[in-house]
Design a protein around this ligand. Structure first.
Ligand code: ADP
Ligand code: ZN
Ligand code: MG
Length: 498
């Protein structure tokens, strides 16, 4: 049943945005990671010359017949299981009819009333720096298989368009959420959580620039506390998770403004304009679709055995939520740290590889999140492109732990590791960066420093411990930061306590 519109010319317009909540449901299209298309043998490889990856089937030529790619179905079922869905025992495809030049057959093969998966949920971890995670369960309505359409290109042609059918027939899984999200921030975390799961499952490349994850947002507003849904607007054309968040923020302001003015919100589709930072309406008639769904006669419905589903379930890897819990118990990390490391699978793997190489887990977590990511960002590198493999970072961390270098010197070593690809030990030896832990030398130096600075030395003696920092600083300066700070502290305290 369609919800009744809110905000119909009412005598009492809403007073302020605080009295109104945003309601969001997302439709996410995920390109599944298969070598070939969903109903033919054409490659799915991105970046080929236009129309290279095509054949009579994906071009929709008469007489050609589709055959389902078995791997696409497996990946869809795995994703459904990871999203806690019920998996349909019977697989059926339908034709969704509409006319647009990017759709060669003038229908898309999709699933209408029997999606692969339904009635699931995704627990979203909403994180704020340094805070414990807030969890929220977002219900998943359904996930269904369908084929992608082609792509219109407008460059280098006047009053016409090119069409590239390389993408036509690429397998997609459309994942539809219930309208359970209440803010743009929750929507962002839902997308991040979903992407993370897809990465762990290895069912998609999850590359937004290549369009392997795309998202449409359905969004409405209503007075807080109401259970009735407001009239929804569908926003399309966002090409990043931040874009989705910005579009939702814009739309919240726009819709709230309308309610405040007592205006009526019309159901429509709007396009996000990234450059202008606004959503723009399309003539709604253009979008009043009747897809005339009917069963795809060229693909006979078939059953998936319970055994097959169980096997796929058993093959699921450890998923992000479980991994976060494990990082808490195994490594004693904070929830926030565990969340950051786990969200990106490769970062979590890197962390665990460091720990395996005997790095202290907490130090490794800190070093990865601040120094390593800092270096990667400033160099514009992905983790996979870095010259510092986990065993090298672990090596550096071990040098800090066993007192060979101070944390300060270690921060100077890491950029050198990035430039040379050398192990920390090598750099320390070459540059003579070994921390001075020779107590005889340090004792002598302490005597000299105390002599040179009688006032602070006297202060420390008479109980003003603040002056100690100054003396430590002097010793650090003399040794160019190489002295073991713990040791010089001990020496100074001993010499000045009498
Ligand atoms: P349609 O028939 O227009 O495709 P659906 O009922 O299939 O609409 O819902 C599509 C998406 O819109 C789902 O993600 C759903 O959660 C969301 N949705 C539905 N109604 C609303 C609403 N009033 N406000 C926000 N999102 C909504
Ligand atoms: Zn083909
Ligand atoms: Mg829909």
């Amino acid at each position: 049943m369609k919800p009744k519109p809110t905000g119909a010319k009412s005598a009492q317009p809403f007073k302020s945005m605080r009295d109104i909540e945003q309601v969001i449901g997302l439709e996410v299209h995920v390109q599944l990671k298969t070598e070939s298309k969903i109903f033919c043998a054409c490659p799915t490889r991105f970046g080929a010359e236009p129309n290279q990856n095509t054949c009579p089937i994906c071009l929709g030529l008469p007489g050609s017949l589709p055959v389902l790619n078995a791997l696409a179905l497996d990946l869809a079922i795995k994703t459904g299981l990871a999203l806690n869905c019920e998996i349909s025992a019977r697989i059926k495809f339908d034709r969704k009819n509409y006319f647009y030049p990017d759709l060669p057959k003038a229908y898309q093969i999709s699933q209408y009333d029997m999606p692969v998966a339904r009635n699931g949920h995704l627990t979203v971890e909403v994180s704020e720096t340094g805070q414990a995670l807030r969890e929220k369960k977002i219900r998943i309505t359904r996930a269904h298989l369908e084929e992608d359409a082609g792509k219109l290109l407008h460059e280098g042609i006047k009053d016409a368009s090119w069409v590239d059918y390389n993408r036509a027939g690429v397998p997609l899984l459309e994942i539809v959420s219930e309208p359970d999200l209440r803010s743009s921030q929750e929507a962002f975390h839902y997308l991040a959580g979903l992407k993370s799961i897809l990465q762990y499952l290895d069912v998609s490349n999850c590359n937004m620039e290549e369009g392997s994850i795309r998202c449409d947002a359905n969004v409405s507003v209503r007075p807080k506390g109401d259970s009735k849904l407001g009239t929804k607007v569908e926003i399309k054309n966002m090409n990043s998770f931040r874009g989705v968040q910005r579009a939702l923020d814009y739309e919240f302001k726009r819709q709230t403004g309308m309610l405040e003015r007592g205006e009526r919100i019309e159901q429509e589709t709007r396009l996000w304009n990234e450059a202008k930072g606004e959503t723009q309406g399309m003539r709604s008639k253009e979008y009043a679709h009747d897809y005339r769904y009917f069963p795809e006669p060229d693909l006979v419905p078939f059953s998936v055995s319970q055994k097959k589903i169980s096997e796929l379930k058993a093959s699921l890897p450890e998923l992000p939520r479980a991994r976060i819990r494990r990082f808490l118990t195994d490594y004693g990390l904070s929830e926030y740290d565990a969340y950051v490391l786990v969200s990106d699978k490769s970062l979590g793997d890197y962390f665990e590889a460091c720990v395996k190489e005997k790095a202290n887990p907490k130090l490794a977590s800190n070093w990865i999140q601040s120094e390593l990511l800092g270096e990667l960002n400033s160099r514009g590198l992905a983790l996979s492109e870095s010259k510092v493999p986990a065993q090298n970072l672990a090596g550096l961390i071990r040098l800090i732990e066993n007192g060979t270098v101070s944390g300060k010197i270690a921060k100077e070593i890491l950029p050198l590791m990035f430039e040379t690809g050398s192990a920390a030990e090598m750099i320390v030896k070459e540059k003579g960066l070994i921390q001075m832990s020779d107590s005889k030398l340090l004792e002598e130096l302490a005597d000299r420093v105390i002599k040179a600075h009688p006032k602070p030395a006297h202060d420390v003696k008479t109980g003003k411990r603040e002056a100690l920092g100054f003396l430590v600083g002097q010793m650090m300066k003399e040794t160019k930061g190489k002295a073991n700070p713990k040791l010089i502290n001990e020496i100074l305290v001993r010499k000045l306590s009498s």
